[in-house]
Design a binder for this molecule. Structure first.
Ligand code: HEM
Length: 425
């Protein structure tokens, strides 16, 4: 593509090649027009680190209120909403609990932050180590595996299910429900798929309804209980309503899966392509610290959520560009992470860089990812298991043959076929 294209205006994030490999487009925007109107996508793209930070903090002008569903609404979505309302459910929305602006957002976030306490996340480390260990036991002696299907996907699903308190026997359902939640976001799906996703979503709502009712009666040691029992100092409105509880549980279940799965897959790909990094991590004096730096640099180089939308509530200015009221504005986290004004040799993987960890992969400001600590822990445990139990990790496809899928809001390897040997012999 790069050879054929001469002008920035001929490029677009709607181009399937560009969305899977966006680096040249991002680099050209940063160099030529850092806040650029993508005509085909009909949206403004903010691509420089500093501008993204500034825009993310303009919550009074750039609203998060319309959500992803609106930014990518298919023409037949109204029919799906009608069906869901007919069946006694609300319209199909995924992250609407969080896709609101302050002050409503601050209230909800305050309540959900209680459930997402550092204590609850820290208490998950042993459980996550068990999960990654059990998954690896299944294929370590085979000498080959698809690390996406057999490792990244199940890790993310088991962890979020355990955290919320969803019983293990419903794991296959959780996968289906999570796909149904993120499937319609930012990608072209057919009407039939849209309806199938909506039916799965209703299934999920029924199940989560029951779980919430159950936790109202009996407090358990899980996050749905924490959400049900969270309180803030507001006599009028001290707790999450039933609708908020439902949408919050749905949001957590969905937001934690596709994202973390891709984070684990990207790091695994980097390990498979760089045997020297594996050796370094295997022999590191302080392995925990070395792994943390590896996680941060993976997150910077390959942001699993490349960009997210806002809507301009009034005319505004970002990075010198005049944005008209009503415009969609994408904050391109993945591009900001490769801004040479912030990161030296920004396209290079370097876990020893001084400002490692200063990426914007988890967003900026009030909407900053609530699951960042959990995602980092999952990635660290997953990579620790790989380097401590595998030798000779290699891709079985050429480096440029890795199948990558991308949308406006998710990007990651579709599969990672590898071979390896068992370090334990
Ligand atoms: C590597 C993994 C992850 C990445 C890259 C990621 C990325 C992001 C980003 C960029 C945002 C900012 C949204 C915005 O500004 O519009 C966000 C918000 C959010 N994330 Fe994550 N996320 C990850 C993992 C998780 C996990 C594990 C969970 C939950 C279990 C989660 C739950 C959420 C929620 C609920 C929000 C909305 C927060 C709000 O609006 O206040 N994420 N995430």
């Amino acid at each position: 593509m790069s050879q054929k294209v001469s002008s920035l205006s001929e490029m677009s994030l709607l181009d399937p090649e560009t969305i899977t490999l966006p680096w040249e487009y991002y680099a050209r925007m940063r160099a030529e027009e850092p806040v650029h109107f993508d005509e085909q996508a009909h949206a403004w793209l903010v691509t420089k680190f500093e501008d993204i930070q500034q825009a993310a903090r303009m919550t009074d002008v750039l609203s998060n209120g319309l959500g992803l569903e609106t930014a990518h609404r298919e023409p037949w979505q109204d029919e799906i909403d009608e069906m869901m309302v007919r069946e006694g459910f609300g319209p199909h929305k995924t992250l609407d609990n969080f896709n609101v602006d302050p002050p409503l957002h601050s209230r909800r976030r305050g309540l959900v932050d209680q459930a997402f306490s550092a204590h609850r996340v820290a208490s998950m480390e042993d459980n996550i180590s068990d999960i990654v260990g059990t998954l690896m036991d299944k294929f370590i002696d085979r000498g080959s595996a698809d690390m996406v299907e057999e490792y990244s996907i199940p890790i993310a699903i088991y962890v979020i299910s355990d955290l919320l308190g969803v019983p293990r026997e419903r794991i296959d359902d959780v996968k289906r429900w999570s796909d149904a939640s993120v499937g319609p976001l930012g990608r072209g799906i057919t009407k039939e798929q849209g309806f199938a996703y909506a039916r799965d979503t209703m299934d999920m709502h029924r199940f989560l309804n029951e779980q919430i009712q159950d936790r109202r009666k009996t407090k358990r040691d899980d996050m749905i209980s924490d959400l049900v029992h969270a309180r803030i100092d507001d006599p009028e409105n001290p707790a999450l309503s039933f609708a908020e509880l439902l949408s919050c549980s749905v949001g957590l279940l969905a937001a934690g899966n596709e994202t973390t799965r891709n984070g684990i897959s990207w790091g695994t790909l980097i390990l498979a392509q760089n045997p020297n990094l594996v050796t370094k991590l295997q022999n590191a004096e302080d392995q925990n610290r070395a792994l943390q730096r590896f996680v941060e640099e993976t997150l910077r180089l390959h942001a699993p959520v490349p960009q997210l939308p806002r809507v301009a509530l009034e005319d505004c200015e970002i990075g010198g560009a005049k944005i008209p009221k009503g415009s969609f504005v994408y904050l391109c986290w993945a591009s900001g992470n490769r801004d040479a004004d912030k990161f030296q040799d920004a396209d290079k993987f370097n876990p020893d860089r001084k400002n490692v960890g200063q990426h914007i992969t988890f967003g900026v400001g009030v909407h900053r990812c609530i699951g960042a600590m959990l995602a980092r822990m999952e990635m660290k445990c997953a990579f620790r298991e790989i380097v401590n139990r595998m030798d000779d990790l290699k891709l079985t496809v050429p480096d440029d043959g890795v199948d990558i899928w991308g949308t406006f809001v998710f990007r990651g390897p579709r599969s990672l076929p590898v071979t390896f040997s068992n370090r334990a012999g």
